[in-house]
Design a protein around this ligand. Structure first.
Ligand code: P6P
Length: 346
């Protein structure tokens, strides 16, 4: 077996850290599905013949968030469901693209894990050929889950109970970034062999940064601590931070977080007053939680501005959350500004 394959790494984790072989088999299944999604994404308009017959454009439906589903959103979701429903590793699946959790057909064996995913994150970038990705999270299925029980309540576990988190980023390279709780590793898809090859082990996020990622067009809608934080970044070395900052915004969380995983930075999608009853745009269970586990495993931090993302106890499967994630010292700084405001408000 190649010493740099995904399977070799996961078997090492079985032997050195005692991870469950069924978790390895589940991860390998998800990774194979990501290869298939990568192929579909790479074909774009060429798949299905002609610009309108291809996989680009809207599917003519909306997801539970009321967002228009792209054809590739639906295709990616189907690829992950079909790949995982038969294998016998899962007790259920949940997806951004499905209103309710999906139970495992009674004809198939069930396993001890729950798989949650955003099958194609950043899909608004599809038509403009900008990197997008798949985010996934694995939780333990509660003991005693009945075979026909696909209730959402079983998924409502805080992020620190995840046993695995990962993403695939479909960019110039297709890469798989993964943690099973013992650091973060990165694999690059070798299209000649169809294998994910280990290209980085023990990824570490630098604790400090000069680079922030935020959608600046929302600035007038932010609350005071968020406005203060960004104003300080924009003030540069003449300002209170004493250093100049750079900004990036790809509008694909996977791509922005992947950059941070590689060179540090902070990604922010805070509450804003456009939808004051919602804590933010991003989803807790299959976006913020897996990214928070990955970033913490790489030495970074992730909060909602006031508490650690992984400590949030979910109440709804598709609930949203404010996200501040990346270089540890920077996340702690912006979280401190929010805490100070909370204290002042109190
Ligand atoms: P905006 C993609 O739709 C997404 O959920 C994240 O991947 C991304 O970071 C964010 O929304 C972009 O939001 O408001 O800038 O389009």
């Amino acid at each position: 077996m190649a010493r740099n394959s995904l399977t070799h790494y996961l078997i090492r984790c079985e032997r050195e850290h005692g991870i469950d072989p069924n978790l390895r088999l589940l991860i390998e299944t998800v990774a194979r599905a990501c290869k298939t999604i990568s192929h579909a994404v790479g074909k774009g308009a060429l798949w299905g013949g002609g610009a309108d017959g291809g996989v680009l454009g809207s599917a003519g439906s909306t997801n539970v968030q009321g967002e228009t589903q792209k054809k590739l959103d639906v295709i990616a979701n189907e690829i992950l469901v079909e790949a995982n429903e038969w294998g016998g590793h899962l007790a259920g699946m949940a997806s951004e693209e499905m209103d309710n959790p999906l139970g495992i057909p009674v004809a198939y064996p069930r396993g001890h894990y729950l798989l949650l995913f955003d099958p194609l994150d950043g899909s608004s970038n599809i038509e403009v050929n900008v990197s997008i990705g798949t985010i996934f999270s694995v939780l333990p299925a509660p003991a005693g889950m009945a075979d026909d029980d696909d209730e959402a309540q079983h998924f409502l576990q805080p992020g620190h109970r995840q046993v695995c988190a990962g993403y695939a980023v479909y960019g110039p390279q297709t890469m798989l970034v993964l943690t099973v709780g013992h650091g973060v590793v990165t694999f690059t898809l070798d299209r000649d062999t169809g294998s994910f090859v280990l290209t980085q082990e023990n990824n570490r996020v630098p604790p400090d940064t000069r680079e922030f990622a935020v959608n600046m067009s929302n600035a007038r809608h932010w609350d005071a601590p968020m406005k203060r934080y960004i104003d300080e970044c924009l003030a540069g070395k003449e300002g209170p931070r004493g250093k100049d900052f750079n900004m990036r915004w790809i509008a694909s969380m996977v791509s922005d977080v992947h950059r941070i995983m590689q060179r540090g930075g902070i990604f922010l999608y805070p509450w804003d007053k456009r939808e004051p009853d919602k804590p933010g745009k991003l989803r807790l269970m299959y976006e913020a939680n897996p990214m928070a586990m990955l970033i913490e495993q790489a030495g970074g931090a992730a909060t909602d501005g006031r508490q650690r993302i992984l400590d949030i106890v979910p109440t709804r499967l598709h609930q949203r959350v404010s996200v501040m994630i990346g270089s540890k010292n920077e996340v702690e700084y912006v979280t401190g500004l929010h805490a100070a405001t909370s204290r002042a408000a109190a």
